[in-house]
Design a protein around this ligand. Sequence first.
Ligand code: ADP
Length: 230
Amino acid sequence: MENILKVEELTKKYFNKVALDKVSISFEQGKIYGLLGPNGSGKTTLMKVIAGLHKQTSGQVFVNGNPISYKTKKDVAFMPTEDFLYPWMKAKTLGKYFSDMYKDFNRAKFINLIEKLEISKENKVSELSTGLKGRLKVALAIARDASIYMFDEPLNGLDPISREKVMNLISEAFNENKVIIISSHLVSELETYLDEVVFLKNGIIELKGDAESMREENGKSIEALYKEVY
Ligand code: ADP
């Protein structure tokens, strides 16, 4: 299987703080990865370097064989954890805004997705609950046609129903040509959806592998393993 995303000896420092320490990992298409670790382990930093939003201190990242640049941005759909939605915007206006920003954004698909998620295109962001805003953010990323989709803590602050809707949305959007990376510290909610898991700890990959084999070899759930590692 092809590596659509390759991270080689990636180091990122913020002044003296080492957020990622020579991280090397390859991501294969057709898989859903869980990037797991507590706050401060480096998950957001790794995603932001891959998305081209942060510059690495050293090391390399290749997207479809090309080093990260403005050109690789079109291959990566990234949902940041921050609340970037303008409160005064209607859902349909956000769709227009995103289609102006990304050539690969499919507006019809976006409207279709949000309606399935019980959001009307006439709804203003300020009228939506936290759960609905969380769903909207995920739909904005899913409506792009990219090869790599990354979601930074998509379940954070969401109620159980929204968590399930978000995970179903992400897994429905998935196909064998794509790679999906989901960061989380909520392992139990995520576990059943993951093909591969990556445990990050203090900027280092502590453990990684196929979720099913990890469960078999260790005779325990990924959540139980997670608790052991941290
Ligand atoms: P996570 O997403 O796992 O919570 P982060 O990537 O946000 O981890 O952070 C990794 C480490 O880098 C943390 O110790 C954090 O405090 C530090 N860090 C992140 N962003 C900055 C920044 N802009 N300036 C200084 N330190 C930062």
